[in-house]
Design a protein around this ligand. Structure first.
Ligand code: DGP
Length: 142
């Protein structure tokens, strides 16, 4: 996948948006889709993507931020409540040099618990039944 240039409509998240690839979805409306990260850095690690085709923060239209960030906040609230977390860490990696590996804009919502560290970014795949259980808890918290 090229890490610069125009938006590539065959990126993994675009394919999830089109329903071509499965995901443990927790939220969807006309603006955004949220689903669990398959390589979670903490239990319940959720990604929130806009439906607009933007590679990253720098090519997201300015007037699309308000509606998108409102969904990020809504999802973050459900992630915190559903996972019974003490807090959250939000992250966004911009460009390959910034750590981005999938070139469709996304915010990472990471549940945090006092004294519990994060696993490494993109390190290990989680079991499908574990992701399924976490997604159910988060969906129930909207
Ligand atoms: P980033 O470096 O910010 O582009 O992170 C991409 C994240 O996406 C990374 O944490 C792993 C996750 N990921 C990669 N492929 C898939 C996939 O096919 N499905 C899901 N749900 N997550 C994925």
């Amino acid at each position: 996948m090229p890490n610069s240039g125009p938006y590539q409509p065959d990126n993994i998240f675009a394919r999830i948006l089109r329903g071509e690839l499965p995901a443990h979805k927790v939220f969807e409306d006309d603006v955004a889709l949220a689903f669990l990260d398959v390589m979670p850095q903490s239990d319940g690690h959720t990604l929130v993507i806009p439906k607009i085709a933007a590679r990253g923060l720098l090519d997201m239209p300015a007037d699309a931020w308000g509606p998108y960030m409102a969904r990020v906040q809504k999802v973050a609230s459900a992630v915190k409540a559903g996972m019974d977390a003490d807090g959250l860490t939000l992250r966004q990696y911009e460009g390959a040099a910034g750590g981005q590996t999938v070139f469709h804009l996304h915010f990472h919502v990471l549940p945090r618990w006092e004294g519990v560290g994060l696993r490494r970014h993109g390190d290990a795949m989680e079991k499908d039944d574990v992701l399924k259980a976490h997604a159910a808890k988060i969906r129930a918290a909207f």
